[in-house]
Design a protein around this ligand. Structure first.
Ligand SMILES: Cc1cc2nc3c(=O)[nH]c(=O)nc-3n(C[C@H](O)[C@H](O)[C@H](O)COP(=O)(O)OP(=O)(O)OC[C@H]3O[C@@H](n4cnc5c(N)ncnc54)[C@H](O)[C@@H]3O)c2cc1C
Length: 479
């Protein structure tokens, strides 16, 4: 046994310190199952003090570590470090406090996103950030990836909803960042932590902002004869001053797949569908709905449907939610990319992706959070055909470069992790990366926390892409 492990045995009882090969297998990869690595051991803390002890042990023995929530990262962010420690936070899954007056919830990091809204529902409140993985992903993972979802257009990403966090820094010291109020003095240290992908510390207690549930919804489905027109319609809605709760686009391949899967009643001949949903107080939504109708008519939609009942609304969303996994029906394999462009450049980005798809001879289906400019192109390929995976990867890289060239970013919500670190230099100059590294080294001179992630460098070669087991089982869908 590794000499230092016997010291860990004194800190964690059997069952919460795993180091036999068979015990480690479930932790060897995250949702990007193409990468695998074997940690030295896994610990399953149940308290802040145990996280602190684990991190101190790593610092003492200079062993790199990674924190893990539910392991649904699609970018290899929670992939273990070869020979390092994996700190699994799923057992720290308690709601510590819910204060409806202050509209806050204080949770442990392993608390599941959807459970926050479930706990807040009796008070007419909910937690706004809604990644598609919300039935399984943890608040700690959401914080580290600054996760978003369909409704982040109106309400902002995770960073806009985390008020405070208790954090174990890479040297084992504990700090309290932020406060229960929205006002803070001094630099925004909490802002620095959110989205830092587990590199700056492990959050062990997180205070979240709750919002009142919207009173009513108005859901519109608009059909277009071109993808670019639908993209431009998004820019027109935003330019009009409206702020919908969600704006999503599906292209013809995605429509075909969704229809085949759930029969949502979408117009099958459409080249693109735009879903716009207004939400809020009834008088406000009614007034906005009239205005939205004008904007959509002017944007060149050839068919516009409005959901007249909650059932019709749910049917529209059912198709959209099914689209990702349904694309699996069209192709044996696919890669999901996650890039961002400014909303005003959406039309242009989609037209360029169509050209790239033709040039590479690979079909690309587009389903995305259009309101955020967050694209999720699905690149369809057949892994059995020699060279097709490599071509698909090259095309995925071209799409990321296109996003940066248009003024956007290489990741909207899935993180950089291991998968996209090679593309960091597309986005950041050497000086920017050096500044980020200096911040990291100030907290973690030995680069123990999540070593090997996010900063530029070669990622291991991908071997396989496809649906996550939970997607296959119909528990979560990718959006
Ligand atoms: C089908 C599917 C759909 C998805 N849809 C979306 C989506 O719509 N939007 C979106 O944003 N993401 C989405 N994701 C990606 C993923 O679910 C989110 O990024 C989620 O926030 C990860 O949470 P997790 O608990 O699984 O974190 P993990 O994968 O376990 O970890 C993610 C990162 O967070 C770090 N980390 C975990 N806990 C802590 C902590 N307490 N303190 C510090 N760092 C920590 C890890 O080291 C790692 O770098 C999807 C994934 C899948 C498989």
């Amino acid at each position: 046994m590794h000499a230092a492990l016997s010291e860990l045995e004194r800190l964690f009882p059997p069952g919460r310190l795993l180091h036999r090969p068979g015990e480690l297998v479930p932790y060897e990869s995250d949702a990007l199952t193409a990468f695998r690595a074997r940690p030295l051991a896994v610990v399953l803390p149940e308290s802040h003090a145990e996280v602190e002890a684990a991190v101190r042990w790593c610092a003492k023995h200079q062993i790199p570590y990674v924190a893990r929530g539910s392991g649904t990262s699609l970018s290899g962010g929670s992939l273990p470090i070869d020979g390092g420690l994996l700190i699994g936070l799923n057992r720290m899954n308690r709601l510590l406090r819910l204060d409806p007056q202050e509209r806050i919830a204080v949770v442990q990091p392993g608390f599941i996103n959807l459970q926050v809204s479930n706990a807040a529902a009796p008070y007419g409140l909910y937690y706004a950030p809604d990644p598609s993985s919300q039935p399984v992903s943890t608040i700690g993972g959401n914080l580290a990836f600054n996760s978003g979802g369909a409704h982040c257009l109106k309400y902002g990403m995770t960073s806009n909803h985390v008020l405070a966090a208790r954090v174990v820094l890479p040297d084992g010291e504990t700090v309290e960042l932020g406060s229960e109020s929205l006002e803070n003095t001094g630099p925004d240290w909490l802002g620095l932590l959110v989205g830092s992908e587990g590199l700056l510390g492990i959050a062990t207690e997180i205070t979240l902002r709750l919002l009142p549930k919207p009173e009513t919804y108005h859901t519109v489905l608009a059909a277009y004869d071109s993808l670019a027109k639908a993209g431009e319609a998004v820019a027109a809605v935003v330019a009009s001053g409206l702020l919908p709760g969600a704006m999503e686009i599906m292209d013809s391949l995605a429509i075909e797949a969704a229809e085949a899967a759930v029969k949502a009643g979408y117009p099958l001949e459409a080249r693109a569908l735009l879903i716009v949903e207004l939400e809020g107080e009834t008088p406000q939504v009614e007034a906005e709905a009239r205005y939205l109708e004008e904007v959509i008519q002017k944007s060149g939609a050839y068919e516009v449907r409005v959901a007249r009942s909650n059932e019709e609304r749910l049917k529209i969303w059912k198709g959209r939610k099914a689209a990702f996994s349904a694309v699996g029906r069209l192709s044996p394999d696919y890669i999901v990319q996650d890039g961002v462009v400014p909303r005003s450049r959406l039309g242009q980005a989609l037209a360029e992706i169509e050209k790239l798809s033709a040039r590479y001879g690979l079909r690309v289906a587009n389903v995305f959070h259009a309101g955020d400019g967050n694209l999720h192109p699905l690149i369809l390929y057949n892994g059995r055909i020699a060279g097709e995976l490599e071509r698909a990867e090259e095309l995925a890289g071209e799409i990321l470069k296109l996003c940066v060239a248009l003024g956007g970013s290489i990741t909207g919500e899935h993180g950089v992790g291991m998968e996209k670190k090679a593309y960091m230099t597309e986005m950041f100059a050497e000086a920017d990366l050096a500044a980020m590294r200096r911040i990291r080294l100030a907290l973690d001179p030995l680069e123990l926390a999540n070593r090997g992630k996010m900063f530029p460098g070669e990622a291991p070669a991908l071997q396989f892409h496809g649906a996550h087991p939970l997607e296959k089982a119909g528990v979560i869908s990718r959006e």
